[in-house]
Design a binder for this molecule. Sequence first.
Ligand code: SAM
Length: 221
Amino acid sequence: MQPAVPSLDPRTEAVLGELEARSRKEQQELEVLRAAGGTALRERAGSFMLDVGPEVGLFLNTLVRAVAARTVVEIGGSVGYSTVWLAEAVRATGGRLYSIEVDQDKQDEQRAHLTAAGLDAHVELTTREAPDLMPSLSAPVDLVLLDHWKELYVRDFDACWPVLRPGGLVVADNVLIPRKNAEVIARYRRHISELPDAQSHMLALGDGLEVTTKRENVPMR
Ligand SMILES: C[S@@+](CC[C@H](N)C(=O)[O-])C[C@H]1O[C@@H](n2cnc3c(N)ncnc32)[C@H](O)[C@@H]1O
């Protein structure tokens, strides 16, 4: 892949390149597990990156920069691919990234990748789940990435929404692919559509993104 952002630090670019190569190798094995259905993939999830991919990684980086997001939360950091893209952007905005990953082994890898990318100073890694972490953050949140288990999207969206600033964004991955999540994703999208202060768009980038904005001035109904 060509470097997506010409100004990336060579250390950051090297880590992204290494993780993209690993992800390409994992794709074949993932297809077999997905075809098997049931809990096959979930049982092996600890050994896969399950990353957002370069197109979405770059989009997230662009979004953080575009809205000058200073407090960013990632839910589902895995071994750090999306974390590196987000951290690179919060370094540019002078902000801070909080990344939640509940699997300790994955978090150890995530930390090593952030250090190798030269970005560890801009990120706080935690295993505290969103309903516990979000109320403890001192600043309003500008942007949240939801990319963990899909049945937790509604719960964790609700944990984030009260502390998201007006104009802030929640980006949810995997709203189009894999199709096995269609029902749970439909429930998530219905939940958002019922909120008077949410405006949402589905984007066909990567595995599909739902980008939800908290409206600044909610008109009277
Ligand atoms: C799809 S992967 C994340 C991929 C990552 N965003 C990337 O692009 O590299 C989902 C991750 O969510 C983690 N996870 C599961 N439940 C979680 C929770 N309640 N809070 C945070 N992370 C969770 C899993 O351990 C898994 O590593």
